[in-house]
Design a protein around this ligand. Structure first.
Ligand code: NAI
Ligand code: MG
Length: 336
């Protein structure tokens, strides 16, 4: 029996995750759901953003759905972002970020790409120090092991998508050691997987320009943590913005689906949070972690059908419930 650990978090995280859980329950009637705490609200009460119990429940279930957490704008002693802790503690070292055109809300049709971002190292190891009063230094870490895991996941995604191209994005002309190790390791692993014929490369600045100019030219993109963070948010513009951008934090036998957006304090509690990013994140869990591609397609088709019929016009004051009802009704129809 499949188990899901739901971590709603703060703000609209608590509003969009229940919608995704409803959809998953409809697709997997046996699904066992447990809820766990994390985030700023929990930290304010308990002095800890991710309790040990949440990590235990995640390990027990092997699959999770995260909403969003709020982070204070200033440094607060003892506080560390809950999602960074979860990624690190659970070994969720790859981040999957699909971007595709959706009817009625995307600025351009015909885009369907998948970005794989390394999720555990690069500049995000947080090793910064003041070398002197006027000099701040940050360290960038790239390991062969993390790049190899990333490339293996990329190979799996390429096969599942029937992809025609894998683009490695780096800046090896300026950073030959770190970006060079990334590029060479990915190339070696993809060659072992028999996929070398599909591999292509771009410098990150060129990739950024092309993602704006000709996004339909990309298929699977593979890159390091910081470049991936920036490029995937940029590319999410084509899917209709943050409210429709899903992601999957992917580890070995464990995965945590997560809408890309944050806790949206400006609209929290108003019923206007769009649950589409959360729904599409659940579809990633179905396709890539639980290996249930038909169920994933069913959910994506329900979202597409809803957007096709409404052309985005239902995204207004009652967004959460209208989208939930619209998508769930289409899921029910497709299962009859
Ligand atoms: P945000 O993603 O929360 O909001 C940006 C804008 O997009 C807001 O105007 C918001 O109303 C809108 N928006 C976002 N998701 C939406 C949805 N599903 N439906 C409709 N509108 C939506 O980013 P922001 O404002 O920079 O950060 C707010 C808080 O969230 C901060 O404390 C930040 O640290 C945290 N955050 C957490 C993330 C996470 O949990 N992974 C990611 C990004 C930010
Ligand atoms: Mg980001």
């Amino acid at each position: 029996m499949r188990k899901l650990c739901v971590i709603p978090g703060d703000g609209i995280g608590t509003e969009v995750t229940p919608v995704a859980v409803r959809a998953l329950r409809r697709l997997l009637p046996d699904l066992q759901v447990v809820e766990a705490s994390a985030g700023w609200g929990y930290f304010e009460q308990q002095g800890n953003a991710v309790p040990e119990r949440t990590l235990e429940l995640m390990r027990e279930c092997g699959a999770g759905l995260f909403g969003a957490v709020q982070s204070p704008a200033r440094a607060v002693p003892g506080y560390r972002s809950a999602i960074l802790t979860l990624r690190q503690q659970l070994g969720l070292s790859v981040n999957l970020r699909p971007v595709r055109s959706w009817p009625g809300i995307s600025p351009r049709p015909g885009i369907d790409l998948m970005l794989l971002r390394e999720n555990s190292e690069c500049l995000y190891i947080g090793q910064e120090h003041m070398a002197s009063a006027d000099k701040a230094v940050a360290q960038r870490q790239i390991t062969r092991q993390a790049c190899a895991i990333l490339a293996q996941r990329a190979a799996q995604v390429v096969r599942q998508r029937g992809a025609r191209r894998i683009t490695l994005v780096h800046k090896a002309n300026v950073l030959p050691l770190t970006c060079g190790l990334f590029r060479d390791t990915c190339r070696a692993v993809l060659a072992t997987e028999g996929l070398d014929g599909l591999v292509d490369e771009r410098l990150v600045d060129v990739a950024a320009l092309q993602l704006v100019e000709q996004p339909q030219r990309f298929d699977v993109l593979v890159t390091t943590n910081l470049f991936g963070d920036i490029l995937s948010d940029l590319a999410s513009y084509w899917s209709g913005g943050l409210a429709t951008a899903p992601s999957l934090n992917w580890g070995d036998g464990i995965a945590l689906a997560e809408p890309v957006h944050g806790s949206a304090p400006d609209i929290a509690g108003s019923g206007r949070a769009n649950p589409i990013a959360a729904l599409l994140s659940a579809a990633l869990l179905l396709r890539y972690h639980w290996a249930l591609p038909e169920a994933a397609t069913c959910l994506e088709n329900a979202v597409e059908g809803f957007l096709n019929d409404t052309q985005g016009s239902d995204l207004g004051t009652q967004t959460t419930e209208r989208v939930a009802e619209g998508v769930l009704a289409r899921l029910e129809l497709s299962q009859k």
